[in-house]
Design a protein around this ligand. Structure first.
Ligand SMILES: [Ca+2]
Length: 457
């Protein structure tokens, strides 16, 4: 049970600490036990020897009991006169200091016994005296040895204390390191957080910039603002500029659109509905073939003074300058006239590459006498017989012998064949369905543009 108790005390201590205490304590305990047993035997032997010499005296021999009355006493020696000598050994060896005290007690009681018997010793023979002296010397040696053991034990305990101190220092150091680590971890987290914050704010700024750029793009006029006046001699952008410069005669003029600085010639209608119209299409006698391909419609063809198509690239260059209105004048072979007016007109207004995009039509805000036959074509791309951009499974231009912003296919076909009035074929003449249906090819058609009145001044 010694082992068990020590082991239980050792529990909860660092392993090496418990082990060193246990091993040195065990050794010490064993030695003490050995010394105590030796002392007990020696003392018992001495007393027996002395008693044997006093045997002739009437006193009886001393009684030696093993731990009968006194608890924890290894041996109890009871003399005839009733005095007792108890030799204690704690088998559990719980406290070294206590054991030393007891050992010192044993030593003292032994010396006392020896002193008591000193008087008697004088009368004992020299031989016995010498034996006793030897015994006393042995006891003194044992005592010295025990003292040495005690010192060793103290030294061990001090070492243990030092170890404990070192351990404490190590633990303190460990704690400091842990604190440093956690501080550096906190700093790292702070750094990571600040970097993350910076990234977030950058992303936000990027988003704000994106939104701003987008809004600016949306706000920016698709077509450049028109100069208030061209009277100062700057080049005219269209027939309206020429009209504003004082020209009131219909005829051919040069215009220089902003995105067509080399300029080109156009026919200007300076008399109809206030004048200033730039003509881009005319049919009047069937002298020009209008059943042509994409390139012809892009570059233009015919005679400006007669039948002609100005060309998509020029119409585009004109209509991106401002918000243009469109007027279409029509005449049948009974000399009846009608017109269709659209407040908004343009081609390829929102195209990065209008030619690639098919010059989509922007048309809105009808008024007039011919009825609307064009609004259904709003948003449609231009289709020629050699470039099918329509919504039909066929090519509407090929099918109706024209070129137009066909859907599937048309309500108007002003670039159709010059069929001179009623025709039996279907919708392949110069048709304006809301006025003359799909089987009447008109005598006269003129398409012309002017900056919308909102943009004029
Ligand atoms: Ca088609």
């Amino acid at each position: 049970n010694v082992q068990d108790r020590w082991e239980s005390e050792a529990n909860g201590l660092p392993f090496s600490k418990g082990l060193s205490r246990m091993s040195c304590g065990y050794l010490l305990c064993t030695i003490l036990l050995f010394v105590a047993v030796l002392l007990a035997v020696t003392v018992t032997g001495t007393i027996l020897f002395m008693n044997h010499y006093h045997a002739p005296v009437t006193e009886g021999p001393p009684l030696i009991n093993t731990n009968q009355d006194e608890k924890n006493a290894l041996v109890t020696i009871e003399k005839v006169d009733g005095s007792r000598i108890n030799i204690f050994i704690d088998p559990n060896c719980p406290d070294y200091n206590n054991n030393f005290l007891r050992l010192e007690g044993v030593q003292t009681s032994l010396l006392h016994s020896l002193t008591d018997h000193d008087m008697d010793l004088k009368s004992v023979k020299g031989q016995d005296r010498a034996l006793l002296v030897n015994l006393a010397e042995e006891v003194a040696k044992l005592s010295a040895h025990a003292g040495q053991l005690k010192m060793d034990y103290e030294a061990l305990r001090r070492g243990q204390g030092t170890l404990g101190q070192d351990l404490n220092t190590l633990q303190t150091e460990q704690g400091r390191l842990i604190q440093l680590l956690s501080e550096s971890q906190i700093n790292m987290v702070k750094v990571v957080n600040s970097v993350s914050d910076a990234l977030n704010s950058m992303q936000k700024e990027q988003g704000v910039l994106k939104t701003r750029v987008k809004a600016d793009l949306q706000r920016a006029p698709v077509r450049g603002l028109r100069p208030k006046s061209c009277n100062n001699g700057s080049r005219p952008k269209d027939c309206y500029d020429i009209y504003m410069n004082g020209q009131r005669e219909d005829g051919i003029y040069s215009v220089f659109p902003t995105h067509y600085p080399s300029g080109f010639q156009v026919f200007c209608d300076m008399t109809t509905d206030g004048g200033g119209w730039t003509v881009f299409q005319r049919r009047e006698d069937g002298s020009v073939n209008f059943f042509r391909g994409w390139e012809a419609y892009r570059e233009g063809f015919g005679k400006i003074t007669g039948e002609h198509w100005l060309g998509m690239k020029r119409i585009h260059a004109l209509t991106i300058q401002a918000n243009y209105e469109l007027r279409i004048d029509l005449e049948d072979f009974e000399n009846s006239t009608a017109f269709a007016h659209y407040g908004t007109f343009g081609v390829g207004l929102f195209s990065v590459d209008p030619d690639e995009d098919g010059y989509p039509l922007t048309i809105a805000d009808y008024s007039g006498t011919a009825g609307d036959s064009l609004l259904k074509h709003n948003g449609m791309k231009f289709t020629t017989k050699d470039q099918d951009n329509d919504h039909s499974e066929n090519n509407c231009a090929s099918f109706y012998h024209g070129a137009w912003w066909y859907r599937n296919c048309h309500t108007s076909n002003l670039n159709g064949q010059y069929l001179k009035g009623h025709h039996t074929s279907y919708a392949d003449g110069i048709e304006w369905s809301s006025w003359t249906g799909w089987q009447y090819s008109l005598k006269y058609s003129e398409m012309k543009i002017r900056p919308n009145k909102d943009d004029k001044k």
